[in-house]
Design a protein around this ligand. Structure first.
Ligand code: NAI
Ligand code: MG
Length: 352
């Protein structure tokens, strides 16, 4: 078996954590008997500043030929906010129809949650965020901009097609987990979009009689997720609420150094993309203080998607075991550099 991975290291700490993740992936490939070949893509701030182009069609088509994409992070203080993030990440999510953003929220043993009472036993859920619609896709307009009479309209789009795709994904995932799907929305206020989501969940649920489902308002979720994470197994939600509650989830699980994500194309018609939740961290770039665990855990999601389940579990276990022995999760007190941690996780893959 051979997997062709496209690698976009990107900016800041992105290339460092991605290189560490690849070290671990190669170790897993060696142990579990598959091959990985990688194509590095020079995309991100340097490429943009040099060429004036964020992402052109030939690059998109070349990326499309791969089985999956590993992304570090993009974003640079020299480039206006949004140009790289929207021009690259959002563009790829749309071009490759990566409609499901997967964000596991799991507290690994030895990692401390800032929230009292959260333990590895009660914190193991997955947030699924719709990645292409809602308020993030609606466009809009502003009249009388810059005046005291300015009015901004921001549209939100919700379709049965995209909603069904992610809700189906949620029920299938729940079947392999603790068999519970929670819809998170604001159906009492956002009545049009909310009703559509609820109708889709009710319809899909008839086909998965072995999975329970319930509903929690997005604001209430901000109370329940930190205080009672064990209540949740698979949480499915729209683009905006998913952005917010998955960052809340990242905090609950110990912070950005641990939070992994996948941008999943559920049909397999184009590659999915795997990236740590954190950004390019320009404040610590180049110092070796970045924790590569989130990138390694994202690579584990990638291997699972490519059908390498044993390798994915080994990679996750190796990252968790190394995380547990760190005196600090990031910064000068972490006790090892990004690169050293990549090697340590790689070594651990062969022994866990
Ligand atoms: P950030 O996630 O880059 O950093 C936030 C804080 O967490 C910083 O203090 C950073 O040092 C720390 N941090 C992040 N990842 C870490 C790691 N692996 N190990 C140790 N410490 C870590 O978010 P920020 O500062 O808001 O954004 C920086 C740039 O990244 C911006 O240009 C932003 O737009 C971009 N960004 C890109 C994302 C992506 O590529 N998907 C996601 C989030 C932000
Ligand atoms: Mg976010």
């Amino acid at each position: 078996r051979k997997h062709h991975l496209a690698v976009i290291g990107g900016d800041g700490i992105g290339p460092d954590v991605t290189a560490a993740a690849l070290t671990a992936v190669r170790a897993a490939a060696g142990k579990f008997g598959f091959a990985v070949d990688t194509t590095e893509f020079d995309l991100g701030a340097e490429h943009f500043l040099r060429t004036g182009v964020v992402l052109d069609d030939p690059a998109v088509e070349k990326l499309r030929e791969h089985d999956a994409i590993l992304l570090g992070a993009v974003g640079d203080p020299r480039v206006a906010p949004g140009i790289l993030e929207r021009g690259l990440i959002v563009a790829l999510r749309v071009a490759f129809r990566q409609s499901v953003n997967v964000r596991p929220v799991r507290l690994y043993p030895g990692v401390e949650s800032p929230v009292k009472g959260v333990t590895p036993e009660n914190c193991d859920l997955v947030v699924l965020r719709e990645n292409t619609e809602g308020l993030y896709a609606g466009g809009g307009s502003t009249t009388h901009a810059g005046t005291p009479h300015a009015v901004a309209l921001q549209n939100s789009v919700t379709t049965v097609a995209a909603t069904t795709e992610i809700v189906e994904f949620a029920f299938r995932l729940a079947q392999r987990r603790r068999r519970r799907v929670t819809l998170c929305h604001k159906t009492n206020i956002l009545v049009h979009a909310g009703q559509l989501w609820q109708d889709v969940v009710d319809e899909v649920a008839t086909r998965y009689s072995d999975v329970e489902h319930d509903y929690v308002h997005a604001d209430a979720m901000c109370l329940h997720l930190p205080t009672n994470p064990g209540r949740f197994d698979v949480v499915v939600t729209d683009n905006l609420f998913g952005d917010i509650i998955s960052d809340l989830g990242a905090t609950v699980q110990g912070g950005l150094g641990v939070a992994a994500s996948a941008n999943h194309n559920p049909t397999g018609s184009a590659p999915s993309m795997f990236e740590p939740v954190h950004g390019s961290a320009p404040d610590i770039a180049g110092r070796g203080w970045a924790n590569p665990a989130a990138a390694v855990l994202s690579a584990a999601l990638c291997l699972a998607t490519l059908g390498e389940r044993d390798a994915a579990l080994a990679l996750e276990a190796a990252a968790a075991s190394v995380l547990a022995e760190l005196p600090a999760l990031a910064g000068p007190d972490m006790g090892a550099t990004t690169e050293e941690l990549g090697r340590r996780i790689a070594d651990r893959v062969t022994t866990v």
